[in-house]
Design a protein around this ligand. Sequence first.
Ligand SMILES: [Zn+2]
Length: 269
Amino acid sequence: MGQSQSERENSIKEELKKLAYKNRWFIENRWTVEEQQENAKRVADRLLAIATGETVEPVTVTEAPQAEFLDVAVPDNFTPPEWLVKNDNFPIVGRRFSRAEFIEYVKWVRVNEHYTWSPTGITMHHTGFPNLSIRPNGFTEQHMLNMRHGYINDNGWRHGPHLFVDDHGIWVFNPLSIRGVHAVSYNSTRYGIEMLGNFDNAADFSHERGLSSRSHGMFAAAVLMKYAGISTAKLNFHRHDPETTKSCPGKHVNFSDFEEEVLAIVERV
Ligand SMILES: [Zn+2]
């Protein structure tokens, strides 16, 4: 039925090649010890040669592998929630999504909303204030409305960060299809994700709720990479912005560890 033996072999070869090239990119761009890089590249090339029965010339992959946009249809029964505030001045979605719902929502937005910007990356933040103890049950829709009010009246902003994550789920704040405001140097190109907690503070960082909040942040970033066409090489922290002196998303949060976990989730979602 269906594919012949040789068609199956060819599709396996193609898949192996794709994975091997992706692997080479990670070795060249994410590893720091040159001698290890050389050894790992030799192993990767040899594996590829055995798997495909071809001698493969060593390749240097200069482009970051684009996370594959899985063209999976949005289920018929998925209905996105209405935006909490729909007018032109600081519209917000203002709704909380479970992990599974967030995946469907991101797919739905890609198909159904008109993008007025072209995001290419993701910048992570912590809320700092409020911290975990000020929000013992995470955020509510009223908190979303209050933050919008604060951004308008205290900051004079017309947009805000795209997502707030807490220990219960993922809140979409600024619509994904519209440019947000969260970090001077990255507003025009990157989604902003705010994680509930003050991770300059060891208590929030090591608290189970803090872990859960960061875990939702990692998940949300991975979903944007996989389903919204963001490159896996384009994750950064607010503190990487030369225009800020903030430690955001908190001095206890290590970038390499965080990024590694996000990339691992990309493979699973
Ligand atoms: Zn920040």
